[in-house]
Structure formats: C-alpha cells, structure tokens
Design a protein around this ligand. Structure first.
Ligand SMILES: *Cc1c(COP(=O)(O)O)cnc(C)c1O
Length: 378
C-alpha cells in the first residue's frame, strides 16, 4: 500500500546537481547563490527587493523588526496559523493580538481585525491560509488608517495571486517559507519581499547581527578598511549558498508545481463538492493550494482522521488555534470560545494529501477511502 502524506517535497536530479556545484565551489555560506536566488525570486514576483532568511520564522521576525515592533507593540493576526506568526512578535517584546477568521476564506476577517486596533498597533499580519490570497486591500486601508504596516504571512501562498498581482507584491512586506512541505524548498529557508528600500535595508541588517560593512551607513568614522559597525541587535539569520542553490533550481519549477496543485484541488473539488456534510476549501482563481483543507462534520472528524491513517493516508490538521496552546493560555489568559470561528474550523478540518508528486489515481483513492469511511460512519 503506497503511503501518502499531507505534503512532500519534489527534488529532481537538476536540484541535486545545483547543490553539488556549490559544494564543489568556494562559497558555502551567503554568497553568489544567495544573491542569484534573491534576484530571481524578486523578478519572479515583480518586486524590488527579496531578502532571504534562514527559515520562514526568521523571515517573520525580521519583517516585524523592520516594521518597528518593539516592547509592548501589538501585531494583529489570525489564531488560525502556525505558532511562528505570533511567536515572532513575542521575540521582539511585542504582543500578538488575535482576531477571528472569516469562515468563507479561513483568513483573518478584516472587520474583526479593525475592532482590535489600538494606539500600540504596529503591524497587521494576515495569513493567506492554505494559499488562499487574503483580502490585502482591506488590510492595507486598515493599516493606513492607524499608521501600521501590513506584513502578509504568505508561507502558504507562494505562487498565489490577486488579479494580475502576485502575492508578495502588495503588502508592505511579505514573508515566505521554504520548508519541504511548502511550494518550493531549500530544506530550511525563508524570504521577505518588499518594494521599500528602507525596509529592505532594515531586513538585511537584522539578518546579519545588525552589523553593517557599508562605509556610507556608518555612524562613526571607519578605523580602516576592516571596520564594521553593529548598529541594532540582529541575529545570524543568513541563508547559505547550499540552500540558495536548491531554492534557485526549485524556483524554475514553481509554475509547474502551482499548476499541478491547482489541478489536484480541482479534482478533489469535483469528487467532494456534492458530498453531504463536506465543505471544500474557498475558491479563488489566485489560490495556490499549499493545503487542501477539507471540512467534515465535527463529530466524525477524529474517527475519519484515524481511519485514513490506517489506510496509509496521513492527513494533518491545520491548526490547533494558536491562542489555545498552553503557552498562550497561561501567558495571556486565552480560553476556549475566545475565537469561535477559528475553533469551529479547527474542529472540522483535515488537510488532505496535496503535493506535486501525487497522481490522479492517488487522489481518487483518497476520495474513495473518505466516501467509504463516511458511509460506514453514518
Ligand atoms: C511554515 C510556516 C511558517 C514558518 O516557516 P518555517 O520556515 O518553518 O520557519 C510561518 N507561518 C506559516 C503560516 C507557515 O505555514
């Protein structure tokens, strides 16, 4: 029985050769491959700046820093996300402020986000959940109304678009992840895109300890050609050339990857769309389907998940709502019922297998297995 998981990388010989070429060369850490990857990534999305990071979490940390998040500042985001979206605010002494989702998009609801705006709001961080492009226009106008910036967490949404605009172009900054289950992988890796030279500069400073070697940026007089200055508290968040070579090679396949993901979603939609009790993911032409989150009757979800596992189909549940993790409960006093729509979605969701290497036959097997389980459960 072929085992299926909810996500998996696709690596070919071209990718392997690209990494091997770096290993045979002189540069291992940030060097020419990083520069080439950043340039190609920016060109792909049509943005001025793409700044790579060691992972998507570091990319979010850098974006919040560049946006000016400091002790006590607030970042409004969705509880229906991976922990990193909230944690990155905590790393800076900031405070994640949650607002509930719109069940029609499974993304942060702009109307709910508006209610959470305060004088401390520095960032609004919508998550383009599963690859569905969040309503960025509304978040931008909200942010403009209160002097905040929009950092889109697009770790699910590489290759997604809004009309003619790629996700990554519209928000003040957009964060991506290259974890193996994401659209393209570097093993571990991340990127922030922006059109602002000022923000790009802050991002680059932050990922290299806060140290600059650029004489024009020095605040003191250089002691000599060796001189460098640490100006802010940054981190070592560099991507290596080994990772970047893989990323560059993967990027050349991204169109193909996204096309296949959309075809897989269309096939699932056609197989589940008319099954009573099931809710297929929200539709959008620009959806890039990192995940295929299918909603089941809440009472049956657990049993269905377990039965799928027995049939060799390892789904995943995205996500235990962030505010209900013990750390968040204890630190901020969150409890069940605080964000009922996110909690309800969590209670019904299973992410089905969704990755480039899936065959149509695999997808039909997943659908058939679910049909059989549901008939038996009834
Ligand atoms: C994957 C992911 C991240 C973090 O990315 P890493 O590269 O694993 O650090 C952040 N937010 C969301 C929504 C993600 O899916």
């Amino acid at each position: 029985m072929k085992k299926l998981s909810y996500g998996h990388q696709y690596i070919d010989e071209e990718d392997i050769d690209a990494v091997a070429a770096v290993l045979r060369g002189d540069w291992l850490t940030q060097g020419p491959a990083v520069e080439a990857f950043e340039k190609a990534f920016a060109e792909y999305l049509g943005v001025y700046h793409a700044v790579s990071f060691a992972n998507g979490t570091a990319a979010l940390h850098g974006a919040y820093f560049a946006a000016g998040v400091e002790e006590g500042d607030e970042v409004i985001t969705s509880p229906m996300t991976f922990a990193a979206t909230g944690n990155a605010a905590l790393y800076l002494g900031g405070k994640p402020v949650f607002a509930d989702i719109d069940p029609g998009t499974i993304c942060l609801d702009p109307a709910e986000a508006e209610k959470k705006i305060s004088p401390r709001t520095k960032v609004i961080a919508p998550v383009s959940f599963a690859g569905y492009p969040a309503d960025i226009e509304s978040f931008l106008s909200l942010a403009r109304s209160c002097g905040a910036l929009v950092v889109e967490d697009a770790c699910h949404a590489l290759g997604a678009s809004r009309g003619n605009s790629s996700v990554g172009k519209e928000a003040d900054m957009t964060a991506f992840s290259f974890h193996p289950v994401k659209h393209i992988t570097t093993g571990e890796g991340g990127m922030v895109t922006t059109d602002s030279p000022r923000l790009a500069e802050r991002l680059r400073l932050f990922r290299t300890h806060g140290i600059t070697k650029d004489p024009e940026k020095m605040t003191g007089t250089p002691h000599g050609p060796w001189y460098n200055e640490m100006q802010v508290l940054g981190y070592n968040y560099r991507l290596s050339d080994i990772h970047a070579a893989l990323g560059l090679s993967q990027l050349s396949k991204l169109d193909n990857f996204v096309r296949r993901r959309k075809a897989i979603a269309a096939l699932y939609d056609s197989l589940f769309g008319d099954v009573p009790g099931l809710t297929v993911p929200p539709q959008s032409d620009g959806h890039s389907y990192h995940l295929y989150p299918l909603q089941f009757p809440a009472a049956e979800r657990g049993a269905i998940f377990a039965r799928l596992g027995e049939e060799g189909i390892a789904g995943m549940v995205h996500y235990p709502p962030l505010h209900l993790h013990p750390y968040y409960r204890e630190r901020f006093g969150f409890k069940e019922g605080d964000f009922p729509l996110a909690e309800e979605f969590y209670g019904r969701e299973i992410s089905l297998p969704m990755y480039f290497g899936l065959t149509d036959e695999d997808i039909r097997r997943v659908a058939e297995t679910i049909r059989q389980i549901m008939e038996r459960e009834d």
